[in-house]
Design a protein around this ligand. Structure first.
Ligand code: ADP
Ligand code: MG
Length: 242
């Protein structure tokens, strides 16, 4: 049984059909990179995985829980799935440590001591424990994004979803965030990433999925996919990003 099982999902916004029958299975420990043009449905697909969007038809099952069911326990589910976006949205009035302990304390109701331990471990994993007393505004964009990753990790998720998390960063700050992602990958975290960093995809992904017009158009091992695209759509996309 795959950890994430997506079967023929359809999602529309008004008259716009954004996902047109997407199926995808992701195994525990797999690193899947999703690529594709703007508007192809990448973010919507990620949001369907953790129940931020409801699908009209088809099925999403994560770790045995049917996310797409009307009565899905989304609260429990979201403790298993961390999601990090392009905008890090840290609380500006809270220290880094408080930003990271907040969810474990409020959602998981762990004790302050336990929350602090989890926060420090998470901050160490993203190599920023030395800034635990600082405020977000005192950190660079790359450091803030790493804290946002730590905030998710502090909840001990089984799966991490990343939606273009380096897209808003100054180019010189992208590397430190990709490095953190690489470390997480090597620790065996199951990860689904939307990114335009093709070098990262080649190096870290087990599988690359090319989305086009709301469908999984092509997928495969990074080397195969980038070297020998089967469709003109993927060939065109690769040319436009390289
Ligand atoms: P991508 O991440 O590949 O750029 P998205 O999944 O964000 O694509 O969006 C796919 C399409 O769905 C786009 O045309 C976008 O404008 C539209 N869309 C996304 N979210 C919404 C929403 N909440 N309401 C209406 N349209 C949306
Ligand atoms: Mg998007």
């Amino acid at each position: 049984m795959p950890l994430i099982n997506i079967e023929s999902i359809h999602k529309t916004f008004g008259k716009l059909e954004v996902l047109k029958g997407v199926s995808l299975d992701i195994a525990a420990g797999e690193i899947v990179v999703i690529i594709g043009r703007s508007g192809s449905g990448k973010s919507t697909l990620l949001r369907c995985i953790n129940g931020l969007e409801k699908v009209e038809s088809g099925k999403v099952v994560v770790d045995g829980t049917e996310v797409s069911a009307a009565k899905a326990d989304l609260r429990a589910l979201r403790q298993k799935i961390g999601i990090v976006f392009q905008s890090f949205n840290l609380f500006p009035h809270l220290t880094i440590e408080k930003n990271v302990t907040l969810a474990p304390r409020v959602v998981k109701k762990v004790s302050p001591d336990e929350a602090k331990k989890a926060a420090i471990t998470a901050l160490e994993r993203v190599q920023i424990a030395n800034k635990s007393g600082a405020y977000p505004s005192q950190l660079s964009g790359g450091q803030q994004q790493r804290v946002a990753i730590a905030r998710s990790l502090a909840m001990s998720p089984k799966i991490m979803l990343f939606d273009e998390i380096t897209s808003a960063l100054d180019p010189e700050l992208v590397g430190e965030v990709l490095k953190v992602l690489e470390n997480l990958a090597s620790e065996g975290m199951t990860m689904v990433l939307v990114t335009h960093e093709m070098g990262f995809a080649r190096k870290v992904a087990n599988r690359v999925v090319f989305m086009h017009e709301g469908k999984v158009w092509e997928q495969g091992a990074p080397e195969t996919l980038f070297k020998s695209p089967k469709t003109p759509e993927l060939a065109g996309f690769i040319n436009s990003v390289l």
